[in-house]
Ligand binder design. Structure first.
Ligand SMILES: C[S@@+](CC[C@H](N)C(=O)[O-])C[C@H]1O[C@@H](n2cnc3c(N)ncnc32)[C@H](O)[C@@H]1O
Length: 481
């Protein structure tokens, strides 16, 4: 493919009614009240589709709030950035994007998605890697097999052998060896992303897994995986085409490995937050899917399993600190505990972690600014967890004003959601699984959070401490039971 064959950049038009005449909070409310479904809209522009990612939100969602609520160069934060939809939109709209995640694949793919690599260089290097990998497969398969033998430790080797056929392993080895030879870091990372994208797909890509997107992989013995070489060629072409649109971006982005529960940011420093946390109880288990490609980048499987424990919404109850909850989530937890104590504790862990995240969001956000948290709800032992209402309450307890909770209908064909066993078609709960909630939080100018205490502004302009501590710890080290 030559550069001349590529499509020209799309002009990304701003949405119409942003109402700059309205006061900020009214504008925020009005943005929440408008259409947030975005059905039928193209979500694949720029680099948004470089790589699949479960439960990413449509780019139109962060775009709308960025356009309505920020000015060029404002700082837009996503503390759990996932595939980087928010930070990429900030970049395309000429804002400063700031993203955190603990997932190594999320960090890698965000970086490639916001870096407009040279078209000529990626095209040349990309097709060179393909050509050389083919040559190695045809003429030097024995050396490739030796390299493959030495690449993984014992446990990682077992994992790779279970999930990838020997012929696929050889093809992947040939490709990764050629990609690793590329000196230019930006180009190499672009190619690594194309490599990863052929492994992590809805259908399990070139592995023997099915349904990787739902991060509940099952090995399918009768699957005939597609050729890794052919898939890489296809993906490379697609990503190079998308790169053309990325080049139109005018902003800049900082991506950091970091935990959303303790952000390395100054108080009152961010202009807008748009984020979507993981589901409770590991409904989407990111690491379980991402390790399929991370092992090829040199991550030992044991290290990845350790990291998995740090993900918000995990199921382990070892060494977790459960926090006291406000009324609504406390009652919801009590109802679930009547049916299943363990499940209630897992959900309690999630709400405790989200309490820390929301407190951090409150701390780093400038007064008079908005935070948007997009969540789905789930069912536990037949009860709807009403996650959106619980998180809204926790947000209020962290100091925010709850402006509204908007509902958006998921495009069933697009968004990859947790699969549910034994779902009753058309039941009310099942309907809710196809909805998502956009929680609109606002940090007023008359409150400040100092340490772990909420301060209210008095009429004379002084701040006083609210008496009760906000994050009282219920247990030091809760254990399953
Ligand atoms: C629902 S996804 C975000 C999807 C994102 N909105 C998008 O459009 O791609 C949630 C993300 O939270 C990240 N995450 C989980 N625990 C975290 C933590 N403790 N700190 C930061 N990020 C975390 C996961 O790795 C995952 O990438």
């Amino acid at each position: 493919m030559t550069i001349q064959q590529l499509r020209l950049p799309l002009s990304i038009k701003p949405s119409v009614s942003q109402r700059p005449d309205l006061p900020y909070r009214t504008r925020f409310k009005s943005a929440l009240a408008g259409d947030l479904n975005f059905h039928g809209k193209n979500s694949a522009y720029a680099s948004h589709n470089f790589h699949s990612f479960p439960a990413k939100f449509p780019p139109q969602l962060p775009r709308k709030f960025i356009e309505w609520l920020t000015n060029p160069e404002d700082l837009v934060l996503d503390p759990m950035m996932g595939s980087g939809t928010t930070v990429l939109e900030a970049f395309l709209l000429g804002r400063r994007g700031l993203g955190f995640d603990i997932d190594p694949l999320a960090l890698r793919l965000c970086k490639a998605k916001v870096t407009p690599a040279s078209l000529q260089k990626v095209t040349d290097a990309g097709y060179q890697t393909l050509e050389q990998a083919n040559i190695a497969l045809q003429h030097d398969a024995t050396s490739l097999a030796t390299l493959l033998d030495n690449r993984f430790d014992g446990a990682t080797r077992e994992f790779v052998d279970y999930w990838f056929l020997p012929e696929t392993q050889l093809e992947l080895m040939a490709l990764i060896c050629e990609i690793e030879k590329v000196q230019d870091v930006i180009i190499r990372e672009f190619l690594e992303l194309a490599f990863s994208a052929i492994i992590i797909t809805k259908s399990g890509g070139v592995s023997m897994a099915r349904d990787l997107a739902h991060t509940r992989p099952h090995r399918v013995s009768n699957k005939t995986p597609r050729s890794a070489i052919a898939q890489y060629r296809y993906r490379l072409k697609k990503n190079i085409q998308s790169l053309v649109e990325l080049i139109a971006g005018k902003g800049n982005v900082i991506l950091l490995e970091g935990n959303a529960q303790s952000l390395t940011l100054k108080d009152n420093s961010v202009d807008l937050i748009i984020t979507s946390p993981p589901y409770a109880a590991n409904a989407i288990d990111y690491m379980r899917a991402h390790k399929f490609s991370l092992v090829w980048f040199g991550y030992p499987i044991k290290e990845l399993s350790q990291l998995r424990r740090q993900y918000i919404g995990g199921e382990s109850l070892v060494d977790v600190q459960l926090l006291e909850m406000p009324d609504y989530p406390a009652q919801a937890l009590a109802k679930i505990a009547k049916r299943d104590k363990k499940k209630a504790r897992v959900l309690h862990r999630y709400y405790s972690e989200m309490t820390r995240c929301l407190s951090e969001m409150y701390r780093v956000l400038k007064p008079g600014r908005a935070a948007i948290v997009v969540v789905g709800t789930s069912t536990m032992r037949g009860l709807n967890t009403e996650t959106h209402i619980c998180l809204g309450e926790i947000g209020k307890n962290s100091g925010f004003d709850l402006v509204d909770i908007a509902v958006r209908k998921l495009d069933r064909d697009k968004r990859m959601m947790p699969a549910r066993k034994n779902a009753q078609p058309n039941s009310q709960i099942e309907e809710r699984m196809h909805e998502e909630y956009v929680i609109g939080l606002y940090k007023t100018t008359d409150r400040l959070l100092k340490g772990d205490q909420l301060c209210l502004k008095k009429s004379d302009g002084e701040f006083c401490l609210r008496p009760e501590s906000m994050m009282r710890c219920l247990t030091q080290s809760a254990r399953p039971g």
